[in-house]
Design a protein around this ligand. Structure first.
Ligand code: NAP
Ligand code: GLV
Length: 309
């Protein structure tokens, strides 16, 4: 079995070594420009189109991340029946849940304000916000979103969720589709976005939607930069409709030094690290799925190319 591997900037060969150890019967080859030798599977993150142009004989392509928006342009180069498989959880759910919980509870418990007092050596206790009045909404109730709703439920917050198709998650006030969006957004105190980036979800965090949250609401975006209309966030902060945001993803990454977000103290910025793919768990998941495909079995996590996720 021949596996083509591509991750931009992977210098230590650690992923390839882990894959080779998990599938000792496989030859794992780092793809280089010009390599059009046969391969059975490809394991990739942000691959260049040249890796797939004119290539036949692949039995599966595995994305080392949960989101496949970076691969959408490649879909047209690949046969329609070739499974494109994304990484499902593999430890990312825990990372996402703790990131979202940290960002929202930091705001809920007013730690950002307490840090200002501490910097001024001022002893200034603050009144706690009312948990029962602090509804948290999670956009995207898939593998990662459902882990995030669990975390907020565990801490006793009222939790709402929004997905494409109707869902029933215990304890979560679930809404679905464009018709369910206004009731989902209405008066939320915090909104966490963990949607895939598709033609339907691009720009969904904009003035029209964010204005439906409670005055002074808090935004967390761990999905993709393309979900947020960045000038709208700055305007809504200036107007007081939003009181702050924690952003892990941006329309341009790395976020350019000249970007106005760097100068806005109410925006916490992290460099797309909310949930790095944990190597061992991801490799073991992919190896298991390759063996299943070899035996003619179906696997989960196959991207629906029509829906784009
Ligand atoms: P997933 O399991 O495919 O879940 C996606 C969820 O979004 C599903 O609930 C889906 O609804 C919902 N959705 C999709 N399109 C929608 C629409 N038009 N309207 C309403 N809901 C819609 O994906 P996942 O594994 O949870 O990952 C989600 C995203 O997280 C990834 O695509 C990626 O962009 C992001 N991510 C970021 C990082 C980071 O470090 N920042 C790390 C990993 C992932 P249905 O349930 O009805 O299908
Ligand atoms: C990271 O952003 C991923 O989609 O896994």
């Amino acid at each position: 079995m021949r596996i083509l591997f591509y991750v931009p900037g992977e210098s230590d060969g650690g992923w390839r070594a882990a894959l080779a150890a998990a599938l000792p019967q496989a030859e794992v080859r780092a793809w280089q420009p010009g390599d059009d030798a046969p391969a059975d599977y490809a394991v990739v993150w942000h691959p260049p189109a040249a890796m797939f142009a004119g290539r036949t004989g692949l039995k599966g392509v595995f994305s080392l991340g949960a989101g496949v928006d970076g691969m959408l342009d490649l879909f047209d180069l690949l046969p329609p029946d070739l499974p494109l498989v994304r990484t499902e959880d593999a430890g990312m759910g825990t990372l996402m849940a703790e990131y979202a919980l940290h960002a929202v509870t930091r705001h809920f418990r007013r730690f950002d304000e307490l840090e200002v007092s501490r910097a001024a050596a001022r002893w200034a206790p603050l009144r706690a916000r009312e948990r029962k009045d602090f509804a948290v909404g999670v956009m995207g109730l898939g593998v990662l979103g459902s882990r995030i709703t669990d975390a907020f439920l565990h801490f006793g917050f009222p939790v709402r969720g929004w997905s494409r198709a109707a869902k029933a998650l215990p304890g979560v006030d679930c809404h679905a589709g464009p018709d369910g969006l206004p009731a989902f957004l209405d008066g939320l105190s915090a909104l966490v976005c963990v949607l895939p980036l598709t033609s339907e979800t691009r720009g969904i965090l904009c003035r029209a939607t964010l204005s439906q949250l409670a005055q002074g609401a808090y935004l967390v975006n761990v999905a993709r930069g393309g979900h947020l209309v960045e000038p709208d966030l700055l305007a809504l902060l200036a107007e007081g409709q939003l009181s702050g945001a924690t952003l892990d993803v941006f329309s341009e990454e790395p976020l350019p030094a000249s970007h106005p977000f760097w100068g806005e103290p109410r925006i916490t910025i992290t460099p797309h690290c909310a949930a790095h793919t944990p190597r061992d768990a991801a490799v073991s998941q992919i190896a298991g799925k390759i063996l299943a495909l070899e035996q003619g079995m179906s696997v989960s996590g196959v991207v629906d190319r029509q829906n784009g996720y």
